[in-house]
Design a protein. Structure first.
Length: 180
């Protein structure tokens, strides 16, 4: 009688869809892959150390500025691709210049809690004597992490002017992928 009752009880459980399967201990402790970093997960700024400052006095030759992202969240997250960068000019005639991307291939960067990565912007400085219509004087940079819509507004700390090529197909001022 017991085995008939057990069989009927098991059949009822299986029919109700509540059967329980054994899960190996290794599968129960596996971590989910990190998801992408959102703007709210990050803080951003210009790298301002002596070796990171662009040489804005080096007119006619490219120099680089670096912008960093630090993971301030309590989780590991990833960044991949290009940030969006819009330079806002200080002169009335400057307007906003959306920087084009380099041809470099992006890689996926994993940021543990508190970890930092950066990307570079190639700049083409010009002399102060350059005619106003040919120079762009940066005031702020609006920096949007990859695949996000909210941006950081960073004040340009380095001075100088950049050759205005906001309509050029291959300008001397452009950005590189995250981690490069």
């Amino acid at each position: 009688m017991k085995s008939t009752m057990t069989t009927v009880a098991l059949a009822a459980i299986v029919a109700a869809g509540t059967a329980v399967a054994a899960v190996p201990a290794s599968a129960a402790t596996a971590k989910a892959a990190p998801t992408r970093c959102h703007t709210a997960d990050l803080k951003a700024g210009f790298a301002t150390g002596d070796d990171a400052k662009p040489d804005m006095g080096r007119t006619g030759k490219q120099t680089q500025a670096f912008i960093w992202f630090t993971n301030k969240s309590n989780r590991t997250c990833t960044l991949s691709g290009f940030a969006g960068v819009d330079m806002v000019g200080a002169q009335r005639t400057d307007g906003t210049w959306s920087l084009v991307r380099s041809a470099k291939r992006p890689t996926k960067i994993t940021l543990e809690r508190g970890a930092t990565t950066d990307f570079s912007i190639n700049l083409l400085p010009v002399a102060k004597s350059t005619p106003q219509k040919q120079k762009f004087v940066p005031a702020t940079f609006q920096v949007t992490p990859p695949n996000e819509t909210k941006h950081f507004t960073l004040k340009w700390p380095f001075g100088g002017q950049i050759l205005k090529q906001d309509g050029a197909t291959h300008p001397g001022t452009y950005l590189n992928p995250i981690g490069q």
